[in-house]
Design a protein around this ligand. Sequence first.
Ligand code: FAD
Ligand code: 2HG
Ligand code: ZN
Length: 500
Amino acid sequence: SETYPELKRDSRYSQLRQEHVAYFKGVLGSESAIIDGVTNDNAADDIEPFNADWMRKYRGHCKLVLKPGSTAEVSSILSYCNKHGLAVVPQGGNTGLVGGSVPVFDEIVINMSRMSQIIEFDQVSGTLVAEAGCILEVADQFLASKGYIFPLDLGAKGSCQIGGNLSTNAGGLRLLRYGSLHGTVLGIEAVLPDGTVVDDLGKLRKNNTGYDLKQLFIGAEGTLGIITKVSIQCPQRPKAQNVAFFGIESYEKAQQAFREAKGHLSEILSAFELMDGGSQELVRSVTKNKKPLEGDYPFYCLVETSGSNAEHDSEKLSAFLEDVMEKGIVADGTLAENETQIKALWAWREGITESLGHLGGTYKYDVSIPLAEMYQLVEDTRARVDAAGLLGETDEHPVRAVVGYGHMGDSNLHLNISTRRFDKRVEQCLEPFVYEWIQERQGSISAEHGLGLQKKKYIHYSRSETMVQLMRSVKSSFDPVSGHQLSLLHRYPYTSCAEV
Ligand code: FAD
Ligand code: 2HG
Ligand code: ZN
């Protein structure tokens, strides 16, 4: 492939032939469930969106997209691919940010968008069962009509699917409040590489009978099987939500504000997000929206509360704001007074990824580092890129800005290097520098986005050889054929044809 000259297609994987396509057409029945570029040269344009990722950074060359409509169809497809040595890549909403959701070479895309039904909901316990292709926002709107909320929220909610969310173990904006999917997911149904259906779609909160194997699929990025159904515990939708937005003079003070927020707001605190001045300036330059605060600050925090009494929560939030301003921790702040203002404030945080997407290419590092040192990574990276002569305001500099933001409440930083165009010199300046920096501090090179193609080869910066070997053996038990023969670990399901 010209896209990845450093990677080689593993020749043990078969090339797609007409007879394979004929089999899949028989399984799927409906014309709209298959995009066939193998026997039809005119399908290239229709296939393109399935080959390119959200950032336009990763691109495959698949010629066949299959959209199964049932677990039985997923099972027939995988079992046939396994027998015939055909490589596949599972795809949800294709909003992943690490190059995991698109092919590398000519893997068949198994797109889950047709499996989007809500299957059942229990009004008393709050248990939702849905197909994996259900869009996160659709699930959440359904739950809103019942007085419940999906325990995960993120900027891509309008496109990402719950099966994709589980597969990346997405964290998002309210992990602080609702915890990780490892805690809220009650059960899954999945199909293994050989077509075996794993029925672990339990609805029990407690079940200590042996290993909790469903946990392995959460965050597996499709390497162990395709998730087809999900059962998840949903909390009551909070009756009241309030949001405050602060301008802060230093990172030190942002940490103090976080401590104070926990003290003042305790059980109603539902998000504490950090944005640096650079990230907010980029959002402003794209959206042209009026900034929430008059002045410019090096840091901003967004604090959200979710509770059952708007007046009581708002009093608490105002008292908190007053206190931190009096103590000189926060330089300026504003409180949203209604739903529209809440949305407008959140847009300054949720809209960063999309705004950066309009400006060119972004190199993204999604990392966990102990809070005290978290922002130092942004400063050190900026200094390095600058020293290499890559950062500047004019077109000959590939890098426009080095910014940081993220889920401060979870010690999860998003370091983003916004470029005018993707440029290998920038990548070489950043990698392995960033990964080494994180390793020195025992951080994680993937806090919530996964490894994908981007970080597959860097796993050792965050995991010991023993851990990687254990992961290999798990992969081999779920996928004896490709797991064993190719020792593939990450990103590639059972049968991706990239040799790494
Ligand atoms: P895809 O991108 O299609 O796939 C992701 C991975 O899962 C791939 O490896 C794919 O092969 C695999 N996969 C997909 N579906 C299945 C399935 N049914 N079975 C097995 N494997 C499957 N992530 C966060 O953690 N927190 C955030 O706050 C956040 N915000 C985002 C904001 C924006 C604007 C964007 C574009 C992305 C954001 N992301 C965030 C990244 C992304 O991980 C999530 O959007 C989401 O979890 C991916 O879901 P998806 O359905 O798009 O999956
Ligand atoms: C977020 O928190 C997402 O907004 C995306 O995880 C982060 O674009 C990014 O780097
Ligand atoms: Zn995030």
